[in-house]
Each structure stands twice: as structure tokens, then as C-alpha cells.
Design a protein around this ligand. Structure first.
Ligand code: PMT
Length: 424
């Protein structure tokens, strides 16, 4: 039976050079059986394992492997080639290919296509277990996840080299299932703010006219498995109100937001993310800016290796989650050597020693101003319509009265505009 999502799908398959390349032939067959069209690009190493002719026969389309060949698929440049698919799949994704992708290299057709594409990539790693477990590979995987890449596998099993452990490419049917899951979500990668059509463009009037403001808002969600995550109670009300106030003050405004139930503030460019790594990547893409305001409640830790499958109760006790520290986005922006925003404002959500903790954060993170809010009380900070802020800066401490989050946002933007004028 033809599956509706795959029947409409155009898959671009990039085959890397590994023993598992032969399994990619079966993957093409399975996808075509389900009605998908498959274009194949091969690296030079992949052609040492399987011939282009085999892929051509199974896909029914010419295979591409040369960035500069004029005879291949004449008329279609690599940019067009990279964009005519609904999803880009890399199988096998070798350690070398992952490293080149993580670095953003574009030194052959495969990596150029991956850099130029406007669609998400689903990667099926395959390599020796020591190569997979090597910190360099794990760093590359984390970077690629942060860049929005999806992963399927690798599986545990016997390697071609005789060792046993993680590194075997996922089976073709598991990759097909992952492709179907990926196609349920939008696969197009939006252009970063400031490129193409520009919502949130600076106005010519208002205290922040001509300025650019980047705001983070809401929680991050760090996956445990496909259905569970680590999160927090941030609703995004405070961050969204700040973005709306910045926009009302005339600034080109980019809001990088975790999952919230809130509508987008009018005329603000909104970049939606789920994890801290995604928020970090989105903030990097949104900079440079005149003002950066970090109102998001970013999870300090993420699960080291989220499970690909839903964790099951197997009667062997609760699972143990190993956590890894997330990057500190505020500290990263505040300590940028090049392109640091003129004004960097952080928040501090504290349950005790509000001012002392806020002062420590001000120094540790290197920002210009901290908005400290107590989240100890039931109606404090998280979720509700009001907030009580204490402004902590190198100039001193000022406690503001409790007010609506929208009012607090306007007051903060007015303060930011004044400081910007004075040069912090
Ligand atoms: O969203 P609401 O329901 O309206 O609630 C608003 C709020 C309480 C979430 C908001 O006012 C607030 O206090 N946000 C910051 C919450 C927080 O995570 O504070 P923190 O003390 O853990 O972090 C300090 C600062 O570093 C924050 O600016 C935070 O965005 C930033 N940070 C933290 C960790 C990290 N990995 N990266 C960061 O950028």
C-alpha cells in the first residue's frame, strides 16, 4: 500500500563512503516501493563501495557525484539540486562526512549540497564504534543537532571489523520510519531574520528607531525520548511582552522563543526553537544586534543521549538519565569579542538571596544589567500576568514595584533605550 506522506515525497539521498553503503541500495528500493522519488548523490569514497549504476537502476534517475561536471544532469546547478527535495537523507553518514558538515565545509558535491539546501537533513551515522564514541564525533553530532539535523541510529551490533557496540547504520526500514516522522513536520529551514522578507523591520520613529533587538523567551524543552522532555514553567509572557515593547519602540525585533501557547507579537520576526542548543544557534544567527535581552528560562542541562525510542517500564527500576550542561547563551553573547551587542540584559529567576545572586550573575555572565525576579511565591515570575523586578547593574540596585509584565516590558525597553543613548 502506498503511504501518503512518502507517496508525495522527494528524497535527496547522499551516500557516504562506508561498508553500510550497500544498505542504502535497499533504502532506495523501500522508498520507491512507498511511492517516493529518490535522487542520489555519492561521495568519491561511496563509489569505492557501490557503483553509481546500482543506484541509478534502483532510483530510476541519474546519480550525481561531481560538483563541476557539465554533463551530469545538465541545466541543474548544485543549488537547485539541493533544494528540489523535501528532505535530505545522508546514509551512511560517516565520521568524516559528519565532521565536514559540522565545520560547514563545501569541498565536494555532497557537502556543498548539504550546506546549500533549504531543507532539513536526516543523518544515519555508520562507523566503527570507537570512531562513533570519540569525543570529536560526539561534538560534531551535538553541533549538527544544534543546527537542526535529525538523526536515526546508529544501532548497537557487530561491526564489519569484528568489534561489537554502537556504530552500525540503522536498518533501511528504521530509516524509512524516521523519514516518515520527519516529513510529518515542516522540513523547510526558514531564512534567518534580516534576510528575504523582513517582518520586524526597524521603523523611523520611536526611542529604538533604527535599532535591532534580539529577545529570548519561554522555556526550552530537552528531549528524554520522543515523547518526554525536561522543561520548566516559563510561559513566555515576559519575553514576548519585551519583544512587543521593543517593536513598539521602533526596533527591528527578533524573538527567539521556546514552546509557548502565545500568539506571535505583531510585526516581530519569531524564530521557534525547542532545545537550548537550538536557541543558541538561533541567537547566533539573529546577531548582530544593538540590544540582546535574555528572558528565556533555558534548561541548564540536557539529557546526554536522548533515546530514539520511547523508554519503556521493564520492571528493572527507573531509568538513569545522564545530564550534560547546556551552553550559557547569555554569557556567550555578553562575552563576544567581535559583534557584542551594545547592551546585554539578562534575567535572574531566584527563589532566595535575590540581589546577591543577581549580582553574582551580572559578574559571572558579563552582562550589563540583570532583571532579578523572585520566583519563590506562587504568583511570582513564572506564568502569571504580573512580575516584580529588581534591576541590578554596575550602577546599583533598584527595586521596581509589582506590575503587569507588559508594563515591566515597556519600562525595561525605556531604560534600555536610555542606556544605549548613554553608551550602556
Ligand atoms: O515566561 P514567564 O512565565 O513570563 O516567566 C518569566 C520568567 C520568570 C521566566 C523570566 O522573567 C525570567 O526570570 N527568565 C530567566 C529565567 C532563568 O532561567 O533564569 P536563570 O537564573 O536560570 O538564568 C539567568 C540568565 O541566563 C537568564 O537571562 C537566562 O535566559 C540566561 N541563560 C541561562 C541558562 C543558559 N543555559 N543560557 C542562558 O542564556
Amino acid at each position: 500500500m502506498i503511504e501518503p506522506t512518502l507517496a508525495r515525497a522527494r528524497i535527496l539521498l547522499i551516500v557516504g563512503g562506508g561498508v553500510a553503503a550497500y544498505k542504502a541500495l535497499d533504502l532506495v528500493r523501500r522508498l520507491r516501493e512507498r511511492g517516493a522519488s529518490v535522487r542520489v548523490a555519492m561521495t568519491a569514497a561511496a563509489r569505492e563501495f557501490v557503483t553509481p549504476l546500482s543506484f541509478e537502476a534502483l532510483s530510476g534517475q541519474p546519480v550525481r557525484f561531481d560538483l563541476f561536471a557539465l554533463t551530469e544532469d545538465s541545466g541543474m546547478g548544485h543549488i537547485e539540486f539541493s533544494r528540489e527535495a523535501d528532505l535530505v537523507v545522508v546514509a551512511p553518514a560517516t565520521a568524516n562526512l559528519l565532521a565536514r558538515m559540522a565545520q560547514g565545509l563545501a569541498d565536494d558535491l555532497a557537502t556543498t549540497t548539504l550546506l546549500a539546501t533549504d531543507k532539513r537533513a536526516l543523518l544515519a551515522p555508520a562507523m566503527n564504534l570507537r570512531m562513533w564514541l570519540h569525543p570529536a564525533t560526539q561534538r560534531n553530532v551535538a553541533t549538527l543537532r544544534g543546527d537542526g539535523a535529525l538523526f536515526v541510529g546508529p544501532d548497537d551490533g557487530e561491526m564489519a571489523c569484528g568489534e561489537y557496540g554502537p556504530g552500525r547504520m540503522a536498518e533501511p526500514l528504521a530509516i524509512v520510519a524516521a523519514i516518515e516522522r520527519a516529513l510529518q513536520e515542516p522540513t523547510a529551514i526558514p531564512l534567518p531574520p534580516g534576510v528575504g522578507a523582513r517582518p520586524g523591520k526597524a521603523q523611523t520613529s520611536g526611542v529604538l528607531a533604527g535599532r535591532r533587538v534580539v529577545v529570548t523567551s519561554g522555556p526550552t524543552q530537552e528531549p528524554i525520548d520522543p515523547v518526554r522532555y525536561l522543561g520548566n514553567r516559563s510561559s513566555g509572557r515576559q519575553g514576548h511582552a519585551i519583544a512587543a515593547a521593543a517593536r513598539a519602540a521602533g526596533a527591528e525585533t527578533i524573538l527567539v522563543s521556546g514552546p509557548t501557547g502565545l500568539p506571535d507579537p505583531p510585526d516581530v520576526a519569531v524564530v521557534r526553537i525547542e532545545t537550548a542548543l537550538e536557541m543558541q544557534a538561533a541567537v547566533r544567527a539573529a546577531l548582530p544586534a544593538d540590544i540582546f535581552i535574555a528572558a528565556a528560562a533555558v534548561a541548564d542541562w540536557r539529557v546526554d543521549r536522548a533515546s530514539e525510542q520511547k523508554l519503556k517500564k521493564r520492571g528493572a527500576g527507573a531509568p538513569t538519565l545522564t545530564l550534560t550542561e547546556n551552553p550559557d547563551i547569555l554569557a556567550e553573547v555578553a562575552t563576544l569579542r567581535k559583534g557584542r551587542p551594545s547592551l546585554v540584559i539578562g534575567f535572574a529567576a531566584e527563589t532566595e538571596n535575590l540581589v546577591d545572586n543577581a549580582r553574582r550573575k551580572l559578574a559571572r555572565k558579563g552582562c550589563d544589567l540583570i532583571v532579578a525576579n523572585s520566583v519563590a511565591a506562587k504568583d511570582g515570575g513564572f506564568g502569571g500576568p504580573d512580575n516584580q523586578a529588581t534591576i541590578v547593574s554596575h550602577d546599583g540596585v533598584e527595586a521596581w514595584p509589582r506590575m503587569a509584565k507588559t508594563e515591566l516590558a515597556s519600562a525595561l525597553i525605556a531604560l534600555a533605550a536610555k542606556r544605549l543613548e548613554k553608551g550602556r
